[in-house]
Every structure is written in structure tokens, then in C-alpha cells.
Design a protein around this ligand. Structure first.
Ligand SMILES: Nc1ncnc2c1ncn2[C@@H]1O[C@H](COP(=O)(O)OP(=O)(O)OP(=O)(O)O)[C@@H](O)[C@H]1O
Length: 715
């Protein structure tokens, strides 16, 4: 009975007594009432029960109030909601202490068991047939007691939750604990111990949604196209952090190389769109472990440029410490650099003028680059010294940038030099071709500002930003003066939308002063503007020529290494960084002495400064593993090359003759046009004179006729 009902009962009783004995004093009325009812034994019995019941209920209520008061003095209580991480700490800790070991009432779950903390009480159900294990949880409202550091603690699943329709994780429930102690700090110690145990046992944390607001977590987004995205991807792949997903997109495309475990993987397993994976980051620096949740969003493929843009990697850190994020990024960066030891990364643009694609090439050894004398060593030393002398540049007030112009015949090793150098210096190449459709002054400036400091910026075929001055160019049209006389030729319009001033601005821009090595290559240095190649923009200029006899010998020896076993030269993947054969393929059927002798013979057979290394390499590739055959066939090959040259020269000659004919025709047409113009002017003058004299008008018209005939005869 509640307090109010007791009061109502007493008041009603008093009212009854008063109505019966209204005229008497209250004491007399109660006395006579008691006398009246005690005369009736049944009514007396009823009132005795009522009286005793009231006493017992009042006593119970007083006792309960005292117990509540007492327990608030001697028991510390806490509740943990299933939506919160603290619930996971405590649940995991209690499971570890086998708190419900003796219980006879469980809730058993199997869905999503793989992502739940490992339970010591979990039963392995059919673990061999791929079914998940079951997890035993306390059933709602069953209390369990256990001793912890000398205190009694009771645990009770006070509110039963329900499974989330998507994740299967319990939400809406609560776990209550009561610690039998007067000391409030025991609760702090308990929660701290549970949290530490959770961290130490590295159990898989619950999944959180990116949108879920949580001050306890840090979120970092790495957008595709930024270098940090590449670092993170390299790190996650190397740490096998993306293998845990259950949703894959399978690809066999070369362009999806980044998702393979190695460059030679034929099938690549890419995480499906927006899949979330949890992964324990163990910092090699601090030794600290932090759970990460990784969400990979692949980009949209642009079918014109065959590149992917707009993707991202989102990392949710189960930590609020920014130092962990910084540590993760640095670890990923270091991993990426380590990978770069055996590979060279080349960034390419799409046709909208954005860095969109990254390809990885095997690193090429310095020894595989064949240049006269010690040019390659000089270039490497020069670039290395430049990178190491940033302070010197700053102190001297000179922009910290260096430009190299590699010019000369095609196929002589200009691009190869840059590839080799990138491998030697551990730098990435940012490749821009000025002839690409999407590249103009604006996109060029943007592309360059989007490159990191310390990289190689490679501008290939820089001459296409300038009009060609090639005498042989067939597209040239004659330029005529006012009189219609040819005064020269129109230079071919540049093949690039980039202008000279745009290019110079970019080379001089502030963003180029960050330890960047700019390389430009061209086959036509004569077409370049002197402003572009002056020192300060192009500090080092190196000419590449056709191979001399020493180079020819070296190429030959490279094809027939004197080792017992050999790899196919020219296939870079079969060489390691030192240029040694990685995968021995076949027993060499010749001795080193034989190869040396053949090489000298080969060097003498091929005329010096007439062929590029690319051409010679092309021939030797037809004679793999057969140095004697290469010597035997060389004269035949030279003849075919001469024949090819002759045919090319003939074609050129023919084209020249056609152009001369075209030019002559154009000149004649122009002269005729000029003559017509003059005749019209004379005629107009004649008509003016005619208005004053009739005879002169006839002469004038006749004069016109003669002139017209004259033009026709000429024509
Ligand atoms: N000096 C060289 N040393 C080693 N290999 C070379 C050399 N020159 C050319 N090659 C080989 O020839 C091929 C083409 O070389 P590369 O692309 O470097 O020439 P390039 O001068 O840049 O030509 P282009 O001016 O046409 O771009 C490569 O496969 C490379 O292996």
C-alpha cells in the first residue's frame, strides 16, 4: 500500500467515526467506536488485520528507504549503454573474468560473431564448415556476482537491446554493475582496467558509421589524386589491411595494378565500393596499437582518358589522439618510399589536365644506361648535389630548382636517362606531354602546382609548344605580300595549346622552387626559343647522339651477358636494381671471351654515329641468345637499313617535288590575282577619265582587254 492510500484509509475511518458520533468529543467518539466494534468479534478481527497490515507495510517502506539510503552509502552503481564503446570494454573484461561462467541463462548470438570480441565462453560451432562461432552473452535481467580486487560486484543486463537490422550489432540495451564499496574511485579503477584490457587484448572494435558523430574518433580522408592517397594505399596493401573485406571487385586490367599484391598478379581483388574494414595499426615507431576503420571508395572511371578520379580512402581512427594519425601517415609514407626502392612511380595526366593515373615501373639500373664517357655519373651526381644543397640555395637567394634539357636524335636514351635517375634518387616522375589534348597554359600551371616538392617533372617533346621551322615540313603554305609575291612560308602552327609565355611562367613560378628537378626532352632544339633554354630555366643541356662504336659494343655485351645463365635483356622485370638477371632462363651457349670478341666485331661492323641504340637494340632482339647469328646477320641488317633510308629519302624527295609544284601553282595564282586587282583599279581610273573625254574611254577598255589576255596567256 502506498503512502497516499494509507492516508486516505485513515481519513475515511476518521470520517466514519465522526459521522457516527458527531456530537461527542473526538476521544469519546473513538473510545465508543472501539467499544462498539470490539463487541462484534468479526469486525474486531477485520480491524486487527487492517491495523497489522498497515504496520507491516509502513515497516517495509521504511526498510526499503533505509536500504536505498544505506546502499547509496555502501554501493557504487554504473550503467553502460550498448551503443557506447565503454559497454564493449566492460563486456569484454567481464567475459575475460568468466563472470557468467556459472550462469544458467544466456543469450546466444552467431550473426556478426566474426566481428565481436573473442569470447572465452564462445562455443565453436561448425568452425570447419565456414559457419561463424556462437557467442554467449548474459541473458537480460539475470544478475551475476563476482569478486574483483577484493570487492563484490554484481552485474545485471538491466535493459535488453535489439539487433540492428544492418550490422546485427545490439543497440538500445544496457548493462548495470554495482560495486559493494563505499569508495567511488573503485568504479574509476574498474572502468580504467576494463578499457586497458580492451586495448591490450586488441579485440576487434565495433563498426562505426562515418556520419556517426563521435568525439572519441578521428576521421581522415585521403582523396585520390593526392600523393598521400598513394602512400596510404601502398601501406594498407602491404599490411594486408584490405584483405578482410567480404565484398570484392575483381579486375584483370593492367590499370588496376595498384590493387594487386605484386606487379605480375593477373587477377586483382579490389574492395567493392564503400566497403568498410577494420584493421589494427601497430606503429613501428611507438609500438602503440590503434584500431582503424578503412573505407575505400574507388573513383569513377573516365573512359576517354582511361583514368580514375574522385575516389578516396577514409580512415576512422579509434583514438582521439592526433599524434596517432600523424604517426599513421608517416608510417605509410615510409612504406611507400621503401616500395619505391625497387620501382619507379610515374604520374600521368588525363585529358582534362589533372593528375589522374599512376603507373609503377620496375626500377632500371644505372648500368643499363649506355652513354658515352661518364655522362650518366655526372648527371646523377649533379642532381644529388642539387637535392642536398637546399640551404645553400636559400642562403644565396637563388630559387631551389634545376632544369635539364636533354636533346638530340630519337631513340638515343633521353627518356631512359630520366627513368634511371628517378630510380637512383628515389623520386617520382610527373610526366606531362605538351602535345596532350587537355594541356594549355592554365592546366599546365595547375598541374605543376599540384606536384609535391622533391620530384622529377618531365616535360616531353617541349618543342611542340613552338612553331616548327623545319624546311621539309609539308604543311607549310607560302605567305604572299600585298603584290601577291611569295615572301616566305607560314610556320606550322604549334601542336600544343601551351604558349611560350605560359611555359616560361610555369618554369619560373614559385611552386617550382621546392627542390624540383625539371627535365625537358626534345628532338628539335633548334625550334626552341632562346628564352626557354637560358641558364636559370635549363641549367644543364645534354646532347644525345647516335651510338659510337664503344656504345655499340656495350649494347652488344648487354645482350649476351657472360654469366652461366642469362635473362632476356630488354625485359626490365627480369633485372634487379643492380641490373643483374633476376630469373635465370637459359644456359648461355657461349663464353665471355667469345662475347668480347663478337662485341668488337659488331662495333666495327656498324658505322659509328649512324644508328640509335633503340635501332641496334631492335636488331639484337631478333638474335636473342645467338651472338654469332647477330654478327652473321649484321651486314644484311645494315643493307635493309640503308634500303629503308633510301626509300624514305625518295619519299621525302617526292614530297618535296610535289610541294615545289604546289608552290609554283600558288605563286602563279597569286600573280594572276594581283594582276586582276591592278586591272580593276586601272579600269576604274579609265571610267573616271571617260566622264571628261569619249575617245579615251574606248582606248581604256581596249587596254583592259589586252591586259586580260596577257594574264590568260601567262596563266
Ligand atoms: N643510351 C641508351 N642506353 C640504354 N638503352 C637505350 C639508350 N638509348 C636508347 N635505349 C633503348 O631504346 C629505347 C628507347 O629509348 P628512349 O625512349 O630513352 O629514347 P629517347 O631518346 O627518349 O627517344 P625519343 O626522343 O624518341 O623519345 C629504350 O627501350 C631503351 O632501352
Amino acid at each position: 500500500m502506498s503512502d497516499s492510500s494509507t492516508i486516505i484509509a485513515i481519513v475515511s475511518l476518521a470520517a466514519l467515526v465522526f459521522s457516527l458520533y458527531g456530537g461527542a468529543s473526538p476521544v469519546a467518539a473513538i473510545t465508543s467506536f472501539v467499544r462498539t466494534i470490539s463487541a462484534n468479534p468479526q469486525v474486531a478481527e477485520l480491524f486487527r488485520f487492517l491495523f497489522l497490515g498497515t504496520i507491516v507495510e509502513a515497516g517495509r517502506q521504511v526498510g526499503e528507504t533505509m536500504l536505498k539510503f544505506g546502499s547509496s552509502l555502501f554501493v557504487v552503481k554504473a550503467e553502460f549503454g550498448t551503443h557506447d564503446f565503454a559497454y564493449d570494454w566492460v563486456l569484454n573484461y567481464l567475459e575475460h573474468h568468466r563472470v557468467w561462467n556459472e550462469s544458467r541463462s544466456f543469450k546466444v548470438v552467431a550473426r556478426n560473431a566474426a566481428s565481436r570480441p573473442n569470447s572465452s565462453t564462445s562455443a565453436s560451432l561448425g568452425s570447419t564448415d565456414g559457419h561463424p562461432d556462437a557467442i554467449y552473452e548474459p541473458a537480460p535481467l539475470t544478475a551475476s556476482f563476482f569478486r574483483w580486487r577484493g570487492y563484490w560486484i554484481s552485474v545485471n543486463k538491466s535493459v535488453a537491446g535489439y539487433a540492428h537490422y544492418d550490422t546485427g550489432e545490439e543497440i538500445g540495451g544496457a548493462l548495470s554493475i554495482s560495486i559493494w564499496s563505499r569508495k567511488r574511485q573503485i568504479l574509476d579503477e574498474f572502468v580504467r582496467a576494463a578499457r586497458q584490457f580492451y586495448i591490450d587484448s586488441k579485440v576487434l572494435p565495433r563498426r562505426v558509421e562515418r556520419e556517426e558523430p563521435s568525439g572519441a574518433l578521428l576521421t581522415a580522408v585521403f582523396p585520390q589524386g593526392d600523393l598521400a592517397h598513394n602512400w596510404m594505399l601502398a601501406y594498407l596493401r602491404s599490411a594486408n589491411a584490405l584483405g578482410g573485406t567480404m565484398d570484392f571487385t575483381i579486375s584483370t586490367k593492367q590499370s588496376d595494378l595498384g590493387w594487386g599484391n605484386g606487379p605480375k598478379d593477373t587477377v586483382r581483388y579490389m574492395p567493392a565500393h564503400d566497403t568498410k574494414q577494420r584493421f589494427l595499426f601497430e606503429s613501428p615507431r611507438t609500438g602503440r596499437s590503434t584500431w582503424l576503420q578503412v573505407v575505400v571508395t574507388p573513383g569513377q572511371r573516365n573512359w576517354n582518358s582511361h583514368t580514375e578520379t574522385g575516389g578516396s580512402i577514409t580512415i576512422i581512427l579509434h583514438s582521439s589522439d592526433k599524434a596517432v594519425l600523424a604517426d599513421l601517415i608517416e608510417t605509410a609514407h615510409q612504406k611507400y618510399l621503401q616500395n619505391g626502392v625497387s620501382t619507379v612511380t610515374v604520374h600521368l595526366t588525363d585529358n582534362r589536365g589533372e593528375w589522374a593515373k599512376t603507373i609503377t615501373k620496375s626500377r632500371r639500373a644505372l648500368s643499363t644506361l649506355i652513354l658515352p664517357t661518364d655522362i650518366k655519373e655526372t648527371i646523377v651526381a649533379d642532381a644529388r648535389q642539387f637535392l642536398e644543397s637546399e640551404n645553400w640555395y636559400n642562403q644565396a637567394g637563388i630559387p631551389h630548382r634545376r632544369g635539364y634539357l636533354l636533346y638530340g636524335e630519337p631513340g638515343t636514351g633521353k627518356s631512359t636517362t630520366i627513368h634511371v635517375l628517378a630510380g637512383e634518387l628515389g623520386l617520382e616522375i610527373y610526366f606531362i606531354s605538351l602535345a596532350s589534348p587537355g594541356i594549355d597554359d592554365y592546366s599546365l600551371a595547375k598541374l605543376i602546382s599540384d606536384t609535391p616538392s622533391r620530384c622529377i617533372l618531365l616535360i616531353e617533346d617541349i618543342d611542340c609548344a613552338f612553331p616548327s621551322r623545319d624546311e621539309e615540313d609539308e604543311d607549310e603554305e607560302p605567305v604572299l605580300d600585298k603584290e601577291g609575291k611569295p615572301i616566305g612560308r607560314n610556320p606550322t602552327p604549334p601542336r600544343s595549346a601551351v604558349t611560350l609565355s605560359g611555359l616560361l611562367n610555369v618554369l619560373d613560378s614559385v611552386s617550382s622552387e621546392e627542390g624540383r628537378l625539371t627535365f625537358a626532352t626534345t628532338n628539335h632544339i633548334e625550334n626552341l626559343d632562346s628564352a626557354l633554354i637560358r641558364a636559370g630555366r635549363m641549367d644543364v643541356k645534354i646532347q644525345y647522339k647516335f651510338a659510337d662504336s664503344v656504345q655499340i659494343e656495350q649494347v652488344f655485351k648487354r645482350f649476351y651477358p657472360p654469366e652461366e645463365e642469362q635473362a632476356i635483356v630488354g625485359d626490365h622485370d627480369s633485372e634487379d636494381v643492380q641490373g643483374n638477371a633476376r630469373a635465370p632462363l637459359i644456359h648461355a651457349p657461349y663464353t665471355p671471351a667469345e662475347v668480347d670478341a663478337y662485341a668488337v666485331e659488331f662495333g666495327q661492323a656498324i658505322p659509328a654515329s649512324a644508328y640509335s641504340i633503340a635501332q641496334i637494340q631492335g636488331y639484337l632482339l631478333t638474335k636473342k641468345r645467338n651472338p654469332a647469328g647477330a654478327i652473321e646477320g649484321v651486314q644484311q641488317w645494315l643493307k635493309s637499313q640503308e634500303e629503308e633510308k633510301r626509300v624514305m629519302a625518295e619519299l621525302k624527295q617526292k614530297r618535296k617535288a610535289e610541294r615545289a609544284k604546289k608552290l609554283k601553282l600558288a605563286r602563279e595564282r597569286a600573280e594572276a590575282a594581283a594582276a586582276t586587282k591592278k586591272l580593276t583599279a586601272d579600269n576604274a581610273e579609265g571610267e573616271t577619265t571617260d566622264q571628261t573625254s569619249d575617245t579615251s574611254s574606248v582606248d581604256g577598255i581596249g587596254g583592259v582587254g589586252v591586259k586580260v589576255n596577257g594574264i590568260n596567256a601567262d596563266g
